[in-house]
Every structure is written in C-alpha cells, then in structure tokens.
Design a protein around this ligand. Sequence first.
Ligand SMILES: Cc1ncc(C[n+]2csc(CCOP(=O)(O)OP(=O)(O)O)c2C)c(N)n1
Ligand code: SF4
Ligand SMILES: [Mg+2]
Length: 459
Amino acid sequence: MTDDPRPGGEPPQPRGQKGARPDTPEPAGKEYPVEAPASPSAGDGPDLPAIPETGPDDATPPTTEGGAGRKPADRKPTLPPGAGRGGAKPAGPPVRKPARPPGAPRPAAPPAARVVDPEGDGAALGLPVLSRKDFVSGADVRWCPGCGDYAVLAAVQRALPELAERKEDVVFLSGIGCSSRFPYYMDTYGFHSIHGRAPAVALGLKSTRPELDVWVVTGDGDALSIGAGHTAHMLRRNVDLQVLLFNNQIYGLTKGQYSPTSEVGKVTKSSPYGSLDHPFNPAALALGADGTFVARTLDRDPKHMQTVLKAAHAHRGTSFVEVYQNCNIFNDGAFFDFTERDSKPLRTVFVEDGQPMTYANGDKGIVLDGLRLRSADLGGAVTADDCVVYDSTDKALALLVTSQMFWDPDLPRPFGVLYREDRPTYDALLNEQVAAVTAEKGPGDLAALLASGETWTIE
Ligand SMILES: Cc1ncc(C[n+]2csc(CCOP(=O)(O)OP(=O)(O)O)c2C)c(N)n1
Ligand code: SF4
Ligand SMILES: [Mg+2]
C-alpha cells in the first residue's frame, strides 16, 4: 500500500477531542495507534492457539470522552468459559482452502516463498515466518479513538499469519465508509473502490486471479443501501471470498445518518423525528440470497471473532461475516445488550455444531416448540438434553434461528457460524467453462471477434 490519498473522506473528529468540533474532519497527519477498542472483552469463546506476536495494538487503547461514559472495566463480560456455547475447542489447526480451482493455470512460484509456520519451526528450516506485524501497513489509522473498527483490524491481522501463505496473495477490497478504510491499514494488496461496488471488483478479481485470497470489507450502508444489489448477487453466485460487514447501524463516515440496519425510531440528523424504516437483518438477508456461509460475531469478543474469521476463511465460497461494531461517536452502545457484563449472558447464545443451545451460564436453553423456538429455564423438568443441538448445515434450523432469534424479544441473539453449505463457486465454474471451451475451440481472438459480423465505420 502506498500513502493513502483518502478518497471517500475521513472519519469525523470524535466529540470531546481537545480543540476540535464534533463534526470537523480530522486533520491530516493525526496518528492513532492500531488498537483494539476501548474495552474488548478477554473473550469467553473457544480457546485458540496462542498468538505470540505483540505490537502497538496490544497497548491500552485510547478512549473518547464523548463515548459511553463507562469505564473499560465496566464493559468486560463475565460469562465463564464454556457457558452458553459449549466451551469446545476447535478441532485441529485451521483448514486452508484450496487456492486454485480445477482448470485454472498454476501461478508462477516466487523465488523465495514466505511460508506460514504456526509451530514456529520455520526459522529452523531457514524460512521466513509470517507474523501479525507483517500485515500492519504502518499507515496512520484515522478511525476515532475507541471505534470498534480497531478490534476487527487487530483480529484480522492476528488471524492472517495462520491463514495466508504469502501476504502477496492476499487482497482486501472495500467500498466507501469508515470501515472501508480497512485496506489502507493492511500490508497486503488492496483497493478502496466505489461505494457499494466492492463485490463487483471482487468478482472480477477472483475470477481472473483465482489463486488470490480475496477479502471484502464493507459497512451496513455500503453493503445494504447503495450496494444491496451487488451484495445479494455476490451471495447467490457464491464467489470464493470472505466478506466482513461492519454493522454499526449508522452511516459513520458521513456523520451519523440512519442506515438500513438502524432500528425503527432512530433519531439522527436525517431522521429528526425518528426513522420509519424497518431494518434489515443482514444474516437473514444473506441466507435469503442463498449464501453458503453466514456468521455473526462481535467487535468486543476478539477470541470469538478469530474463531469465526478462521472458519470463514476455511469455507470455499462467499463467507459472509456480520460484525457488530460499535461506532462510539454516532451510535454508541448500539450492541451493549450483547457485549456488556450484566446483559450479555442473558441476551446472547453462541452456537456451536453438536452443542446444545444453552445460555445464561447454562441456566437457560433454547427448545423447539412446534415450529417455533422458545427459551426454557434449565435444571428442573427441562435440561440441556432437551435443548436444540446446533447443526450449521441444517438450513431450516439456520433460517429459524437467524430469523426468529432476531425479532423475538424473549430470545437471545445468536452468534457464531449460523450456516454453511458446500456449493460450487462461481469463479471455479467460470474457469472450468473457459478451459472446456478453449479445449474444444482453441484460444479466442478478441480483435477478430470484435471485427466479426456486421460492423460500421463512423466517419
Ligand atoms: C455514490 C456515493 N453516494 C454517497 C456517498 C456518501 N457516503 C459515503 S460513506 C456513506 C455511508 C457509509 O456507511 P457505512 O457503509 O455504514 O460505513 P461506516 O462509515 O458506518 O463504517 C455514504 C452514504 C458516496 N461516497 N458515494
Ligand atoms: S465508525 Fe464511528 S467511531 Fe468509528 S471512525 Fe467512523 S465515526 Fe468514528
Ligand atoms: Mg455503518
């Protein structure tokens, strides 16, 4: 990445920043460290392999005076390990997806390939080993202090050394928004493209360079307002890439207008009397578009986010990951129900394949009552054995869980890999078709094709 020219504007200056108006764009040159948000929980999800790398995002992050007014310590949830999500460890090392579809040409091997070596013995082999720092671009990070975007950036930079063999094969594409500034901060290839159009760029790239590992970073406005059509078509086509949708239920970059995921009644500068729009449920939208991998995670649960990122990367096809992300400037606390110490155990359930859907430290569970889900107190007549055992390959269950558990106020919100399905990817099918037709008819001649048939000369 080169120095950023900042197309698409800057995130606004946070309130309370000394000497700055709340809606004044941040002056160029201001430096924020790349950090986790003001109060990421230590995470209570499945254990992950230790990540030895440290860096600037391991330091105490800055806070924003204009934020929630809560101390970081107040935000750490207390759900004990295993409660509500089974506590099982992911089996074995992360699975890398095949880099090249059948029929696609083999890319030329680089002279000195960098290898991933999670065991740490690459040095003994005399090979360079990727670390988190290899993915930090060093560009000034211009998100507001305390923004949830920092946590997602840190999680991706931590996960990639295990997932990528060569950082030169990794590409981050984005649209426009605060979240879409993500490619600047990754030391990989990247393209901060056009509002809502990252899926179109990604489809073209992945189809012509199938050996690349393509990630799309987008926001609730970028993906679900102007880019809604592109998002739906990307999902049904099942292009092999990962989509990270930063859902902060607001337009952050343009200073706080309501978005397609904002709740009814949201008061913003563009909805002074309260929004009348019924919001999208992004995960249900992805399932409705026949997406083959749908997951939801939280900026304030970095361990869970890493687990989900690795599962998304292992999936062959469009892996859609909705990340609940706090915009502490324009929509602070939108997800506190699901992240804060007191409410998180009662308001969340972390699904895991083969595990019963229990929550509230195991005191409650989800049971099937006819064709509806119901919350039940456990320990009496109903036990964990009566709860729904999650199966992410069961689409009927995924549809029910994703939909009813979003709207029903008596049910907790589900997190984790909600659905996955194996289906041929668009890029693989396209390359197979091109190879088959080329084998039958020989390589095409574009100039001859353009000059064929009826042509006109314009004078
Ligand atoms: C064609 C076009 N229309 C509108 C805009 C203004 N615009 C820039 S970002 C944005 C919304 C961003 O919201 P979201 O995707 O949720 O990203 P966030 O800033 O919240 O991360 C809008 C409407 C634009 N840049 N280009
Ligand atoms: S999403 Fe909100 S907190 Fe984050 S950089 Fe944008 S305006 Fe600032
Ligand atoms: Mg947004």
